[in-house]
Design a protein around this ligand. Structure first.
Ligand code: HEC
Ligand code: HEC
Length: 341
């Protein structure tokens, strides 16, 4: 399957060392176990476990992609991750995948990439090699790039996880949770976790400010959604534009306002499936253990004068004591999300 192979092909990175699987390792619940992601250099955020990402309304901690395929374009041209470019990727497809590509994307035959005067070996918007191309050739190269992302997204959509103890408990097996885990489940409701972490993936797919610490290498607070909206609205790859297969079904992005105070320091509520194996936790990957996370919640996040985070913790997130903080942990530990092979 094309997307599955591309997902772990390091030849798509000029260094020959990075693939999607570098940071989303199938043997590590499709994450990497690191605080911040490590591509060609160290990044600023934690790599999410992505087995269930295909069900999410937004992609990335700041939601700067509105489809799974749009998300998959980002890592290639991110200088800290693949440090690749759409022209480089297109050439790798012509060299290694021409037949498979032609079968899957028969509607879009590969352009004549052998002509490197028209299609330089590397380049992306903003770089001289790219700016020298005709608009038609740019579109043709971008189309290959987009199709690579769509093949990868198709693979991601096949990922499934096995039921965990909470699923068995919900299905009526009252012995699936022990006493400590049941106490934790009660605390999960009482302390209000369930207001944002609910449903099959235990997320509301929305953005909230809980003042988790930054993971940025420069130490500055991560502004989250406040910085994610503008790139999203400006991108040529959103679901409403020409590279989309269903532009008419796309939701409008016009109502999103990056300047809204509720967006400053807001991050997407992550799925809690996979917690036992997806640490470290938070957008910055700064909490090594779940006990540190529940302590953070019990204190309503970092204090407002702490520069490691920004924005105002949502008013109704409650304070709760060390007993409740401890009670939550055994429950969070049952939320395994073992991928189905
Ligand atoms: C260098 C490590 C690294 C590589 C390589 C990488 N990712 Fe990621 N991935 C991350 C990090 C870190 C994030 C969160 C980034 C952010 O929110 O700004 C992320 C986010 C995602 C998300 C969104 C998940 C969510 O819950 O929001 C998906 C899906 C994903 N990556 C898939 C991919 C695919 C597909 C590839 C290959 C094309 C890839 N990643 C390559 C580290 C990586
Ligand atoms: C107002 C919505 C909201 C509430 C209430 C809430 N969360 Fe969260 N949760 C989030 C958001 C948003 C994040 C991401 C925060 C960040 O990284 O900045 C998050 C992150 C987490 C993480 C880290 C997951 C990971 O993969 O990194 C855990 C664990 C967690 N929450 C557990 C809880 C528990 C336990 C409670 C109850 C005490 C709770 N949450 C209450 C929205 C919420």
């Amino acid at each position: 399957m094309l997307g599955k192979t591309l997902f772990s092909d390091t030849a798509l990175s000029p260094s020959g060392t990075v693939s999607c699987a570098t940071c989303h390792d199938p043997t590590k619940t499709f994450s990497d176990g690191l605080s911040q992601a490590m591509g060609v250099t160290k990044g600023d955020r934690n790599s999410p476990a992505i087995a269930l990402a295909s069900h999410a309304r937004w992609q990335f901690w700041d939601g700067r992609a509105d489809t799974l395929w749009m998300q998959a374009l980002g890592p290639f041209e991110n200088p800290k991750e693949f440090a690749s470019s759409r022209l480089f990727v297109a050439h790798r497809i012509a060299a290694g995948y021409a037949a498979d590509y032609a079968t899957v994307f028969s509607k879009y035959p590969l352009p004549d990439l052998a002509d490197t005067t028209r299609f330089p070996l590397a380049g992306k918007p903003g770089e001289p090699s790219w700016q020298g191309m005709t608009t038609a050739d740019q579109d043709a190269a971008t189309r290959v790039f987009v199709n690579v992302a769509k093949a990868i997204a198709a693979f991601e959509r096949t990922l499934r996880v096995k039921p965990n103890a909470l699923d068995r408990y919900g299905a009526g097996d009252l012995t699936a949770l022990d006493a400590a885990q049941k106490k934790g489940l009660t605390a999960f409701f009482k302390t209000g976790c369930v207001q944002c972490h609910w449903g099959p993936r235990m997320t509301d797919d929305a953005f909230h400010v809980i003042r988790f610490p930054t993971g940025r290498q420069d130490g500055a607070a991560d502004r989250g959604r406040a910085d994610g909206i503008a790139p999203l609205q400006a991108s040529e790859f959103v679901a409403s534009k020409k590279f989309s297969d269903s532009p008419l079904s796309a939701k409008s992005l016009l109502g999103l306002t990056p300047a809204a105070t509720t967006m400053l320091g807001a991050f997407k509520t992550p799925s809690l499936r996979g917690l036992p194996s997806s640490g470290p936790y938070g957008h910055g990957g700064t909490f090594a253990t779940l006990a540190e996370v529940t302590k953070h919640y019990g204190e309503r996040g970092l204090k407002h004068d702490d520069t490691r985070s920004i924005g105002a913790t949502e008013a109704w997130v409650p304070l709760f004591d060390a007993n409740a903080q401890n009670d939550l942990v055994p429950f969070l530990q049952v939320l395994a999300s073992e991928p189905v092979p």
